[in-house]
Design a protein around this ligand. Structure first.
Ligand code: NAP
Length: 314
């Protein structure tokens, strides 16, 4: 990006995978003039400094946000309320306050009441991530061609919204807007449920007594391996997501269980047509995701070079 920075001073509260990636993208693309970083543990703060992610490093989040015109909460969603209470008296009038949390209704409820008059609170969620955590996991291209969903209130300040939108676009994202409740419902099916299924299936395999652990690992490329990536995601983050998007997740889990029972019945009664129809319909969804540029069509998710012949779906 060329041109003047969008914000003068950005304060990142929390510097894990997402905070570190924002810091690197913003620095590389000239989106902000100065970056202040705060996190709760001295060890993580020191690591952020060693990686050169910011200009100012502060254990006290309230000090870090002083004078910032952009403040981004990059902590697990369950920690947002206490962080908001802490920084609230130090927020600058006119500042944009946002977050990156994977749930939005809970953030509106828990952070909203602590936002002082004159501060523009616009919750956000970049739909980009990996199973890794901590400042070392961040990289500047994480948000490229990924959606970032903002959930502003109807009375949002248009200039603040425009600047935050431009910031995320500068980070490489396409920006969309949604109602917080709708966001939580959509994310429950596209992200939260898949993670829960992955945690569950990997847990089930781990508990099996008739199949040894070494066999599970040895033959993992037959499908299991793709679940283990999701199931390696940060336990704190996912505990908080489940607790803070309870209603939507329970709704999706109920629908999933019903559909699974239908599948179970089709297998039990040898209803091949039903199985074939379902597997054909779902194949089309993957093609749509590839067409939308959200996935590679390389075999095996592009893991292997063409010279290797590995079959991953049997
Ligand atoms: P992360 O790598 O685990 O980093 C978490 C950061 O939050 C660290 O700086 C950590 O501080 C701090 N933190 C943890 N617990 C805290 C608490 N109780 N109070 C104050 N600070 C605390 O996490 P992340 O993956 O960057 O995720 C951050 C946010 O982004 C979450 O809200 C998550 O829902 C959202 N998100 C994640 C992904 C993803 O794929 N990971 C994608 C989109 C959005 P210390 O290290 O100093 O303890």
């Amino acid at each position: 990006m060329t041109g003047a920075p969008i914000f003068e001073r950005m304060a990142l509260i929390g510097i894990g995978l997402i905070g570190s990636s924002i810091a690197q993208a913003a620095r590389q693309r000239g989106l902000v003039k100065e970056i202040a970083i705060s996190t709760r543990s001295p060890a993580t703060l020191q690591r952020a400094e060693e990686l050169g992610l910011g200009d100012v490093y502060e254990l006290d989040a309230a000090v870090a946000v002083e004078g910032a015109d952009l403040v981004i909460l990059c902590v697990p969603v369950g920690a947002n309320e206490s962080v908001a209470k802490w920084i609230s008296p130090a927020l600058k009038k006119g500042a944009v306050l946002t977050d990156v949390g994977s749930t939005k209704g809970s953030v509106v409820e828990q952070v909203g009441p602590h936002v002082p008059e004159g501060v523009h609170f616009i919750p956000g969620h970049p739909i980009a991530g990996t199973e890794h955590s901590g400042p070392d996991a961040g990289f500047p291209t994480l948000f490229d061609h990924r959606w970032c969903i903002l959930t502003p209130t109807p009375d949002v300040d248009p200039d603040a919204l425009q600047k935050l939108t431009a910031f995320w676009q500068g980070c490489g994202s396409d920006v969309d807007q949604m109602e917080p409740k709708h966001h939580d419902l959509v994310l429950a099916i596209v992200s939260h449920l898949p993670h829960l299924i992955a945690y569950n299936i990997v847990g089930t395999a781990d508990d099996l007594e008739t199949v040894t652990k070494s066999q599970v690992i040895k033959y993992s490329a037959s499908g299991f391996r793709d679940f283990t990536r999701l199931a390696a995601s940060d336990p704190t983050m996912w505990r908080d997501v489940c607790l803070n998007n309870k209603d939507a997740i329970l709704e999706m889990l109920a629908r999933f269980s019903e559909d699974l029972s239908a599948l179970q019945r089709a297998i039990r009664w040898g209803d091949g047509d039903k199985l074939f129809d379902m597997f054909t319909r779902t194949r089309g969804i993957r093609s749509s995701i590839i067409e939308a540029g959200q996935e590679t069509d390389a075999p095996d998710f592009g893991r292997h070079t063409a010279s290797e012949t590995v079959s991953s779906s049997d």
